[in-house]
Design a protein around this ligand. Structure first.
Ligand code: ADP
Ligand code: MG
Length: 238
């Protein structure tokens, strides 16, 4: 069974169509990269999956359950934003606990999940700090940690590495690839960086002009681009 299935998802803002009949299946534990130029609809598609935006039509399924009418907190999906969106006045621990407390998770369970996520991400020493006292890389881990404690079936990361310097990007890339194995979830990462997508992803989804242009392994797409746009975008040999 596919972990995530999108069926004919479409979306307009006013008169402007931004997603045109998007269908896709993602397997359990798969790492998918959404790759495409700015404005191609990558973030909109993630927000629709997360429930932060409503599609005009189509279906979203996760592990056999139709989720497109459920509120974001009930979908089994956790999203990590480009700009972290941490609460500046809360400690790291409070940032990670906040959503769980609202969902009614008991305190001992919250503490246990935070301890485990902090261990996985090596941020145990930062738990009582506030975001302003941390580096960009540490803040990014906290944002990922806040997603992990929700124990989602699917992680959505919108350009999660774009604020990091080159060395940290490389390190975080490797960690992300390992993360979904440890947490047993599928992961979709948006990027406009084709090198990032090629090195990380099990499969890439290339978007342009409102549509999925091609879905395949990085090798497949590089070696057999479906059209001229894809060839140019992933830098295939002419
Ligand atoms: P990407 O993440 O690939 O850069 P987006 O999903 O952010 O693309 O945007 C896709 C298109 O939808 C763009 O043309 C953008 O201007 C438009 N768009 C995105 N969000 C909104 C919104 N809230 N209202 C109106 N137009 C939007
Ligand atoms: Mg975007």
């Amino acid at each position: 069974m596919a972990s995530l299935a999108l069926k004919d998802v479409h979306k307009s803002y006013g008169d402007t169509l931004v997603l045109d009949r998007v269908s896709l299946e993602v397997a359990a534990r798969e790492l998918i990269a959404f790759l495409g130029p700015s404005g191609s609809g990558k973030s909109t598609l993630l927000r629709i999956i997360a429930g932060l935006e409503t599609a005009d039509g189509g279906e979203v399924w996760l592990e056999g359950r139709r989720i497109d009418a459920l509120p974001p907190g009930d979908r089994g999906v956790a999203m990590v934003f480009q700009h972290y969106a941490l609460y500046p006045h809360m400690t790291v621990r409070e940032n990670m606990a906040f959503g769980l407390r609202n969902a009614g998770v008991p305190k001992p369970e919250i503490d246990a999940r935070i301890a485990q996520a902090a261990h996985v991400l090596e941020i145990e020493a930062q738990l009582e700090k506030k975001p302003g006292q941390m580096s960009g890389g540490q803040r990014q881990r906290v944002a990922i940690g806040r997603a992990i404690v929700k124990q989602p079936k699917l992680f959505l990361l919108d350009e999660p590495l774009s604020n990091l310097d080159a060395a940290l990007r490389t390190r975080t890339r490797v960690e992300l690839a390992q993360l979904r194995q440890r947490v047993d979830a599928a992961l979709i990462m948006v990027t406009h960086d084709q090198a990032e997508a090629m090195t990380l992803a099990d499969r890439m989804v290339v978007l342009n002009e409102r549509r999925i242009q091609q879905v395949g392994t990085p090798m497949d797409i590089y070696a057999r681009p479906a059209n001229a746009f894809v060839a140019r975008f992933v830098g295939s040999p002419a």
